[in-house]
Design a protein around this ligand. Sequence first.
Ligand code: NDP
Length: 318
Amino acid sequence: MATPAPYRASEERYANLPSFYNRCGRSGILLPKISLGFWHNFGDDAPFERSRAITRHAFDNGITHFDFANNYGVPFGSAERTFGRLMDEDFRPYRDELFISTKAGYDMWPGVYGEWGSRKYLMASLDQSLSRMHLDYVDLFYSHRFDPNTPVEETLQALVDIVRQGKALYVGISNWPLEPLRRAVPYLREHDVPLLIYQGKLNLLNREPIETGILDFCREQGIGFIAYSPLAQGLLTDRYLDGIPSDSRMAKEHFLRSERRTPELLDYLRQLQDEAQTSGRTIAQQALRWVLEQAGVTSVLVGASSVQQLTDNLHAVI
Ligand code: NDP
């Protein structure tokens, strides 16, 4: 792909206001119903111009929320680095229109300080993320997973202090079980850094946040909820109906293994496809709409390996 012309965001990017935005819990923040995740398809293993085209297309269509973690991309950190280049080349004039999140929690660098929930790790990781993304601050910083061996107050106080330092505007929690989440909410509130949002896996094939009561708890507490892998990494689309495409996530046999493509799943997908077609939708659109219909869900965080996939996903709501 040739280098495209200098970027000017579409004048139409907010044409779908306000139906495209949901309030995030009881906060001042509105998030798009469809947000873009940079876990796959934006690292050094992906063509830069394709990553650029997807990111531009997202923003041109009102997707103001981009989600990262320190370890996104191959190698780790490369998705944030890709975005740093995009900030320099395309998005700097639009910084105040963007809501950018990153996280720390999983294995990031060698040794005993490169993962989990210590103050040491969280603080250092965010500094690294800011430097890779060429940002002064992120809008939202998450604890990416609960650390059973670190006092919960240490992790939470690090989040509070990160906000005090001006390196993040809001804090979030991802993948924590309900019990420590119940302790986190009052702690953060008492320290004047109320929890903005919880990020959890929710899709038609995985309803854990509903079953555990996390989604209800967030709603009751005025905390937003953003669903990750709403398409079950691509399972809940037409991608695998007729086989395993060589350029698909499943073909890599890493995060999405081919044993997930069972006869039962294919039966379910065909049934979903029939339902979707009666309302003129695709499987992906049907799956995204189901997540967004769950009470308390603020946004779905989709991945996309092409502009076309993102367009399909956007049509779930616009
Ligand atoms: P999805 O469930 O949306 O899966 C995305 C994949 O599905 C794409 O890469 C693509 O696969 C396929 N796909 C997407 N749209 C379509 C379509 N319309 N038609 C056909 N195939 C489609 O989400 P992800 O699993 O990628 O996760 C999304 C984001 O959630 C991440 O980027 C990250 O920000 C966040 N996340 C957070 C986690 C956490 O622990 N907090 C964990 C996981 C994700 P293909 O590449 O094969 O084309």
